[in-house]
Structures are given as structure tokens and as C-alpha cells.
Design a protein around this ligand. Structure first.
Ligand code: ADP
Ligand code: MG
Length: 708
């Protein structure tokens, strides 16, 4: 036990390159050059601390020797054998075959890759300790490329440190042996005082809080022979919980610290500028619901304060979030400020542009469409840069492609789950501005509480909890694709009744191209089967203007059936569409299916959704379709989704960098997450130094997140 710190300090002095802090680069470890650094980076390992947080996938039991006779095919084991003879045999492949035995039986070792010098070491009588996976072969039991140690004799062969040896997630060109060696060095460093100090405030009196993080890490990488490996692997072990809690707490602290920071900035006071919202409401052709009025009130109250609003607006698909956004935008512009409305796709940006133009231009509000192609020099960009009041609508190109807002007072982000948190932040920071804009983030996918808590801890929340009146529930059925004819017939009837139909082709192996082809094929098929129907096609490979034309024609009723890929998933609003067909529905997640289905049921006619699947269905897929058939409530669906898939997927695989915890798992660690959320404010208030250290420890890799 290296307990004397002076000895450690001395060795650190003698060798100044050795890591002293968890945040030191892996390059400070012996034998790590640029190549290896690159490989480690692929695994998300940049610092020595990252290496320690790289959890084993499983453990190999090397606690005892197994007699050859007791080997079981497929079960890795440690054996001690003596070489009888070794020779190169030319079978189907040339290999070095080593006949060996222990007192119980005979074992063949086969090596396909070997050097002459290796070959020379297998002299008859040499003792070998092997670890490998036995298999049955024509010659008895064999091991192919086991790990081999040459030992001096039986006695030395029987003397070894019994251990559960970790097997890590690895990558091409990085062996387990190499990784283990590096982790061993990191574990040595861990013994140095101050390398990984216990940063949980002492008064967090929770069971796993008492264990030091260093002990927890040691247990995870080098468990004793008695340790509960299954618990270590599936994360139920207190050592894992200890670290998971620390990580979740750090995440909470980071979001809250950022919130405090942003709330500390100045923002324009955007109060009622005189005529209120009546002019807007009179434009709409419908009365806002009580729920819409309530959330508008919450938002305007925030905007009237001289610090940035940070608010999340939740509302199920079709709940009418756009009106709420328009009210906020109008208020900002009437105060003489600019607003930005950011959408996740060009198609949705276009639609928002059209909606806002229709509602706000009659009130004298300038509405600008900003596309990815816009140059700094063009007229709209100059107007925006000059600071004249109005609202700019676009995708993230709004902020990435060089539009400078002269006087940005409000930023609205629609369908936030598509954006990473860093993008959320990039918006708030306009060069040269003395104030920060208010932020309103709108999301249609309701997410369960635990997820919301850890994902949006920096935001206040408003929820639209009722749909506008007069909606008829969407009747949903699931049908196998063998009944396609029936489905097409149904489309024919809907079209004959003057209704409009979506036909959605879902993603095939993550390929835009294949997906587009599938959509084209379906459009052809429908055109043949329904010669009287006007059929349009929209997919990600079309030029934006083409896509927009198709959408405009669909919206104005010039197209009866819109065959589309999932590009229509988000936000498209055509109230006359009342039949939705989703092909290969079994491939999509619940939330996505719910979003898609939400494209219909927006008008007063009864709407239908047909989930077409390719049989046979897996059990999960079947449950997903059942959940969708049985409920239309987004929150209910979100709960089912979390239960079926776990949190990572619920937040969306497309989401950039969000919710990627290293140790914690929001599905598994809900109780820890809630506890971390409860304690975070106190830690921030009473232990600011520890809080800062925890944030740095756990979130250094995602730095720009806080350091705006
Ligand atoms: P989402 O919350 O999914 O963005 P939208 O803002 O697109 O929903 O609204 C869906 C549809 O409902 C739109 O056609 C919109 O004009 C309409 N709508 C919104 N609010 C009301 C309301 N209070 N009464 C009637 N229709 C409404
Ligand atoms: Mg919307």
C-alpha cells in the first residue's frame, strides 16, 4: 500500500511526466503516443480520468486453474499445461500446432499468426499458463490463440494473483492487453493523494456516498474474486451507483450553474407594448384555448423581466404551440426588438414562415425567411444586422451561416429535441450585444419526468395540457403489408371523398438514398393503382424548392396523396389530411410514430392512421404498435416508450451529444437521478468549490456547453 505521500511526491518529482491529476492527458501515461491517443479518443478517452471511467463490459474469471478434462467448450478458462511438441501443419490454413497436456488430459493450441522466435519457445517440456476459450475439434479439445504466459515450472504456474480480469469496450488496433496496461497505470496514479479527491460534500449522507470514488473505481477495474460481477456489469453495484450519482449530480450542477449564469445576464424588458394580443387573436380565425392563454401569460411574464427567460414549452403534437410562439414574437417585435424562430428542418421553417407571415404581417410585423444559402451581404441579412424590428425564420442556419442580429430580443426554438444543448447555447451569444435574448424552447415529444429533469434542469417549464376543441381522436389500426390492396382501396375511397392522405415510407438502414427510392417506388405503385388520384412525392433528396412546391400543393389541395419519407415528421400542418399510412411502422420508435400520426387529426373530420408492418413482428415492435393503437396521449406514449426502449433512445438517436452519460443510465438510475436533482441546489449554494470541481471532473469533454 503506497500510503506515504512523501514517497509518492518523490517519485512524481523523479518522473515529472507521470499523471498527477485525473484531468491529465492520456499522453502522460507511459507508452502513449499520437497513434494510441487517436485510438483512445475514438473510445471517448482523452484524459487519465476518462480511462478510469471506461467501464468493463464483462470480467474473465482467472481466479483458479481448470484441469483440461473439465474444460467446457465456449467457456473461457485458465489452464496450466506442459508442451509435448510443437510443429507447423499445413491444413486448410498454415498453423503452429502445440500439443500440450496436464495431469488430466490433452490440449491442442493452435496459432495462425506466429513468428519463428515464438515458435522456438515452445520446446517440449515448457510450462504454459493459458487463458482462452476451449472448443471441441477432431483432435479433442483445442484453444485458438489463447493468451499465453511461459512459466518456469508447475510451482510458478500455480502461483498467481487470483483475479477477475476486466474486458473493455475496445476498438480496432487496441488490444485488451494494451487497455488493461493503461488502466493499470491509471490505477497506480489513482493511489496518489489528490489525484481523484472525493468531491461529494461530506454531508451528503447517503450509503454509497460514503465510499470514496477511488475505491469505487478500483473495485470496478480490479474486483476481488468474491465481487458480484453481475452487479458490476449491469450497474446495480454500489460502486457503480456511487459514480453514477456523482455524474448525475455533476450534470445537474452544470445545468444549474449555467442557468444561474444566463439568468445573471441582462435582457431587454419586453412587456406589453400597448395594444396587447387582441389584434393577433383576431387574425387567427379561432379562439386560443385556456391552456394556450395560460402559457402565453407565463411566457410574457418572463419576457417582461430584465433577465433572459429560459423556458421550455411542452405540448403534444397539434396542441397549438405555434400560436404561443407567435404571441411571444409579436410582443418582442412590438417592443422594437428582433425575434428568431428556429426550426429543425427547412420544410418546417418554410411552414412557420408562411404561418407567421399570414398572422403577423397584417399587424405590420416584418417576417424574414433565412435559408442556408443566405449571404451576409444580401438585403435581408443587412436589415437584420442593422437591427430593425422583425422576426427571422430558418433552421440552425440562422445562427451558423453568418447572419448577425443587430437587436435580438427573443429566440424561439421549435422541436428542441433535435438540437444539441450546445446549439441551444450558441443562440444566446450574439457578438457585441450587451443583452442576451429571451429563450423559448418548444418540444412536442413529451418526455417522462426523470428525463425532463436531467435534460432540462436549466429551464422553467410551461405545458399546454389540452388540445384545441373539435379534434376527433385518430383511429389507429395495425395491418400486415400482405393486406396492401385493402389499404390502397381505402386510400381510393378517401380521395374520392375529397380528403387528403399521407403515405410515409420509413428509413431503410439509415440511407437517404434507399429511403428516397422506396418512396419513389411507392408513389409509382399508387399512381398505377389509383389513376385518378393526384400523387406528390417529398423526400430528403429533393431540392428544397421542389420539396416546398410539393408541400404547398398538398396544403392547397392540389395533391391528394403525399408520398413522403420521414421528412414530414415534424410539424407539417395540413388540416384536410385525414388518413395516414405508415409503411414499415415496426422500424420506428413510439415517439416518432406518434409525431407522424399527429400530422392527421388536425381538422374536424374523423382521421385514421394505418400502421403497416412487415410480419413477423418482434415482441417489442408488437407492444409498440399496441401502445400506439390504444392511446393518443403523448405523455402516456412517452411512458410506454421509456419502458420499452430506455432513455437514450427516447431522447432520440439523432440528438447530438445529449444525455450521454458515462456511468449513469437514466433508465436504471432513476432514483439516483431524482436524488441528485433534489440535492443539486444545496450543493451549489453551500459547496460551491466542490460543485465546480465536480462539474470540471465530469463534464470537461463538453466544455463549450458551459463556457459561453
Ligand atoms: P403544434 O403544437 O404541433 O406545433 P400547431 O401550432 O401546428 O401545433 O397547431 C396545430 C393546428 O391547430 C394548426 O392548424 C393550428 O392553426 C390549429 N390551432 C391551434 N390552436 C387552435 C385553437 N385554439 N383552436 C383551433 N385550432 C387551433
Ligand atoms: Mg409545431
Amino acid at each position: 500500500m503506497p500510503s506515504s505521500s512523501s514517497a509518492n511526491t518523490k517519485s512524481a518529482k523523479a518522473d515529472p511526466g507521470r499523471p498527477c491529476r485525473a484531468s491529465d492527458s492520456v499522453q502522460t501515461l507511459a507508452g502513449v503516443g499520437p497513434k494510441l491517443t487517436e485510438r483512445l479518443t475514438e473510445l471517448g478517452i482523452v484524459s487519465v480520468g476518462d480511462l478510469l471511467l471506461h467501464r468493463p463490459l464483462r470480467y474473465e474469471d482467472r481466479t483458479q486453474l481448470t484441469p483440461v478434462r473439465q474444460l467446457v467448450a465456449g467457456e473461457p478458462a485458465l489452464v496450466l499445461v506442459r508442451v509435448i511438441n510443437a510443429d507447423v501443419r499445413i491444413g486448410r490454413r498454415r498453423s503452429l500446432c502445440v500439443d500440450a497436456e496436464d495431469d488430466s488430459g490433452h490440449l491442442l493450441i493452435r496459432l495462425f499468426h506466429f513468428s519463428p522466435s515464438q515458435q522456438a519457445r515452445f520446446t517440449s517440456g515448457a510450462w504454459l499458463r493459458l487463458f482462452g476459450q476451449p472448443r471441441a475439434s477432431g483432435f479433442g479439445v483445442e484453444m485458438v490463440h489463447p493468451e499465453i504466459e511461459f512459466v518456469a515450472g508447475r510451482e510458478e504456474g500455480q502461483a498467481f494473483e487470483p483475479a477477475l480480469v476486466p474486458v473493455y469496450p475496445a476498438t480496432a488496433g487496441l488490444t485488451q492487453k494494451r487497455l488493461r496496461g493503461l488502466v493499470d497505470q491509471a490505477l497506480d496514479a489513482l493511489a496518489k493523494p489528490g489525484f481523484w479527491p472525493d468531491q461529494l460534500p461530506a454531508d451528503l449522507a447517503v450509503g454509497w456516498g460514503k465510499q470514496s470514488p477511488a475505491d469505487a473505481l478500483r473495485l470496478i477495474h480490479a474486483p476481488s474474486a468474491q465481487a458480484d460481477c453481475n452487479a458490476l456489469i449491469d450497474g446495480q453495484h454500489p460502486a457503480v451507483a456511487r459514480l453514477a450519482f456523482e455524474e448525475l449530480l455533476a450534470h445537474q450542477l452544470q445545468l444549474r450553474a449555467r442557468r444561474q449564469q444566463v439568468r445573471g445576464y441582462a435582457a431587454p424588458r419586453l412587456g406589453d407594448a400597448g395594444r396587447g394580443l387582441a389584434p393577433l387573436f383576431n387574425q387567427l380565425g379561432f379562439a386560443p384555448t385556456d391552456a394556450q392563454r395560460r402559457v402565453i401569460g407565463e411566457i410574457l411574464a418572463d419576457m417582461a423581466v430584465a433577465h433572459p427567460m429560459l423556458r421550455l414549452l411542452q405540448g403534444d403534437v397539434g396542441s397549438g404551440k405555434t400560436v404561443v410562439a407567435a404571441a411571444a414574437v409579436l410582443t418582442a417585435v412590438e417592443n422594437g426588438w428582433q425575434a428568431a424562430l428556429m426550426a429543425p428542418t427547412e420544410m418546417l421553417a418554410q411552414q412557420h414562415y408562411e404561418t407567421l407571415s399570414a398572422w403577423l404581417e397584417p399587424l405590420g410585423v416584418a417576417v424574414w425567411r433565412v435559408t442556408g444559402k443566405r449571404a451576409r451581404s444580401d438585403e435581408v441579412a443587412q436589415t437584420i444586422a442593422a437591427g430593425s424590428a422583425g422576426v427571422a425564420v430558418g433552421t440552425h442556419a440562422l445562427f451558423e451561416k453568418g447572419v448577425d442580429f443587430g437587436r435580438l430580443g427573443l429566440c424561439v426554438v421549435d422541436e428542441q429535441h433535435r438540437f444539441g444543448v450546445d446549439q441551444r447555447l450558441a443562440l444566446t451569444n450574439q457578438a457585441g450585444a450587451t443583452t442576451r435574448p429571451h429563450q423559448l424552447i418548444m418540444t412536442a415529444t413529451p418526455i417522462p419526468r426523470t428525463l425532463a429533469m436531467s435534460h432540462y434542469a436549466d429551464l422553467d417549464t410551461s405545458t399546454i395540457d389540452t388540445l384545441p376543441p373539435g379534434r376527433t381522436p385518430i383511429a389507429t389500426v395495425a395491418l400486415p403489408n400482405t393486406r396492401r390492396d385493402e389499404i390502397i382501396e381505402r386510400i381510393g375511397r378517401a380521395v374520392a371523398d375529397g380528403r387528403q392522405v399521407y403515405w410515409v415510407c420509413t428509413l431503410i438502414e439509415d440511407s437517404d438514398k434507399l429511403e428516397a427510392q422506396a418512396a419513389e417506388a411507392s408513389a409509382d405503385l399508387l399512381a398505377q393503382a389509383l389513376p385518378n388520384a393526384r400523387i406528390g412525392l417529398a423526400h430528403g433528396r429533393l431540392a428544397n424548392t421542389d420539396k416546398q412546391n410539393v408541400m404547398t400543393n398538398f396544403a392547397s389541395g392540389m395533391i391528394d396523396v403525399l408520398v413522403a419519407t420521414t421528412v414530414i415528421e415534424v410539424g407539417v400542418d395540413v388540416p384536410n389530411a385525414s388518413l395516414m399510412i405508415i409503411e414499415n411502422a415496426e422500424r420506428l420508435g413510439l415517439a416518432q410514430l406518434h409525431q407522424l400520426r399527429g400530422r392527421v387529426g388536425r381538422g374536424s373530420v374523423a382521421s385514421h392512421c394505418v400502421l403497416v408492418y412487415q410480419p413477423p413482428l418482434s415482441e417489442t415492435a408488437r407492444q409498440r404498435l399496441i401502445a400506439l393503437r390504444d392511446t393518443g396521449d403523448g405523455f402516456e406514449i412517452a411512458r410506454a416508450d421509456l419502458a420499452l426502449r430506455g432513455p437514450g433512445e427516447v431522447l432520440g438517436t439523432r440528438q447530438t451529444g445529449a444525455a450521454s452519460f458515462r456511468i449513469a443510465d437514466l433508465g436504471r438510475d432513476q432514483a439516483l437521478a431524482e436524488s441528485a436533482a433534489r440535492q443539486a441546489d444545496d450543493v451549489l449554494a453551500y459547496h460551491p468549490r466542490e460543485a465546480e470541481a465536480l462539474i470540471e471532473r465530469w463534464t470537461a469533454a463538453t466544455d463549450d456547453y458551459v463556457a459561453v
